[in-house]
Design a protein around this ligand. Structure first.
Ligand code: G6P
Length: 363
C-alpha cells in the first residue's frame, strides 16, 4: 500500500524519495499530449477570461503559490498574486474586473483557505479552481473546477511531495493557459522535458542523501538559529526551506531576500550562524554572492546550494541545472533533507512535530 512506511524510519523520508515518481505521475496524468496539457476545456475557457489570478494557500501551499505567480506571469502573461489565506479571508481587496482564484491545498480541508472560497462564491461571484491531493475534500467539492495533485497520501506533517506536486501542476495549468492564449513563452517551454529533467535531478539528490546528512550533522546539530537567503524564486524557496527547518528541527529559521539583509536582518548574524544561500537564477546569483561575503565577514558559516551552471568551486551543494522557472522543484529537495537530518540529529520525532497538525480545520 502507498501509505505504508515500508523500510523507512519516517514517512517524511519516504515522501521526499517519492518526488520523482510523483512528477512522472503528473506527466502521465496531464501531459499525454505534451503540447496541449489536459486540464479540461471549461476550466481553460474560464481562465482565459481572467485579467488577474489570485492564488490562495496556507503554509507550504502558500509557498508553492509564490512560485506559481512566476509561472503564470511568465508562461501565460496573466498578472498573478499569491495570498496567505488567513490574511485574505478578512481583507478588503481591490479585486480586478475578472479575477480567477486558485486554491492550493494538500488536504483540501484548511479552514483559512475555505473561508476565502466562501467569499469568492458569495461575495465576489468569481470562478475558482482547487488544486488538491484529496479527491472530494471540502475545497475540492466547493470550487468551480478541480485538479488533483496525484502525489499519493502525504502522512508526515511537514509537507514535501505536495509542494513539488503543486508547483508541477501549476506549471501544467500555466502552460495550458499560455498555449491557449498563443503566448510565445508557453510554446517554447518544453514542460514535459523539464519535468523529466527535474525528476532525474531529484533522484540524483536523494541518491546522494548521505552527503546532506553529513552537512546537517556538521552545521545544524546544535545551532539556535539558521537563515536561508535568495532572490526572486530563490527567495520563495528560502521561505519554504526555512519553514521545513522550523517545523521539525525547532531551529529558529527564517528565509530572507538576500538584498534585504543589509537593511536590518544582518544584525542577527553572529559567529557561526548558519546561512544557507540559494543560487539558481542567473540574473541575481552574483548579487547573492556579494551578500554571502557580507555575512561571511560577520562570522556566518555559509552553505551554498547552487545550480550547476552557476556553481563555483567550493559550493557545498550543487544541483543539476534545469529551467530557472522550475528549479524550485529541485532546489527545495536538499533543504527538505537538511531539515529531516537536523531533526533526527536533535532527536525529535520527524513525522509528528510538537504543536502542529497535518491539516488545520479551525480558523
Ligand atoms: C498545516 C500543515 C502544513 C500545510 C498547511 C496547509 O499547517 O501542517 O504543512 O502546509 O496546513 O495545508 P493544506 O492542506 O491546505 O495544503
Amino acid at each position: 500500500k502507498e501509505a505504508d512506511r515500508g523500510a523507512y524510519p519516517y514517512y517524511m523520508l519516504k515522501e521526499i524519495d517519492e518526488q520523482p515518481a510523483v512528477l512522472h505521475r503528473i506527466q502521465e496524468t496531464y501531459l499525454e499530449n505534451p503540447a496541449q496539457p489536459a486540464i479540461g476545456a471549461d476550466l481553460l475557457a474560464a481562465m482565459k477570461q481572467a485579467d488577474q489570478i489570485y492564488i490562495v494557500g496556507a503554509g507550504t501551499s502558500y509557498h508553492a503559490g509564490l512560485v506559481g505567480k512566476e509561472l503564470f506571469e511568465r508562461l501565460a502573461q496573466v498578472p498573478t498574486q499569491a495570498l496567505v489565506a488567513s490574511e485574505f479571508a478578512y481583507a478588503d481587496p481591490m479585486l480586478s474586473q475578472h479575477p480567477f482564484f486558485i486554491f492550493l491545498t494538500q488536504s483540501g480541508e484548511t479552514a483559512d483557505s475555505r473561508q476565502v472560497l466562501v467569499r469568492v462564491k458569495e461575495e465576489w461571484h468569481a470562478p475558482s479552481l482547487t488544486i488538491t491531493n484529496v479527491e472530494n475534500s471540502t475545497l475540492y467539492r466547493e470550487a468551480t473546477y478541480q485538479l488533483l495533485l496525484k502525489a499519493g497520501p502525504e502522512i508526515a506533517v511537514a509537507s514535501t511531495k505536495a509542494y513539488t506536486a503543486q508547483i508541477a501542476v501549476e506549471a501544467v495549468v500555466a502552460k495550458a493557459l499560455g498555449m491557449a492564449k498563443q503566448i510565445a513563452n508557453a510554446k517554447q517551454f518544453d514542460l514535459q522535458h523539464q519535468l523529466s529533467l527535474a525528476a532525474n535531478a531529484i533522484q540524483a539528490i536523494v541518491d546522494d542523501k548521505e552527503e546532506i546528512k553529513q552537512i546537517a550533522h556538521d552545521n545544524l546539530a546544535t545551532t539556535r538559529n539558521a537563515f536561508y537567503i535568495g532572490r526572486g524564486v530563490d527567495y520563495f524557496v528560502a521561505l519554504e526551506a526555512a519553514l521545513k527547518l522550523k517545523e521539525i528541527s525547532y531551529i529558529q529559521a527564517e528565509g530572507f531576500a538576500s538584498g534585504e539583509l543589509k537593511h536590518g536582518t544582518i544584525a542577527l548574524i553572529e559567529d557561526q550562524t548558519p546561512v544557507i544561500a540559494l543560487l539558481t537564477q542567473k540574473k541575481t546569483a552574483g548579487h547573492t554572492r556579494s551578500n554571502i561575503q557580507e555575512v561571511q565577514s560577520r562570522g556566518a558559516r555559509v552553505l551554498r546550494i547552487a545550480s550547476q551552471n552557476l556553481a563555483k568551486p567550493g559550493d557545498e551543494i550543487v544541483i543539476p541545472a534545469i529551467s530557472e522557472l522550475l528549479i524550485p522543484l529541485i532546489s527545495v529537495v536538499p533543504a527538505q533533507l537538511l531539515a529531516y537530518y537536523a531533526s533526527l540529529e536533535r532527536g525529535y520525532n520527524v513525522d509528528q512535530p510538537r504543536n502542529l497538525a497535518k491539516s488545520v480545520t479551525v480558523e
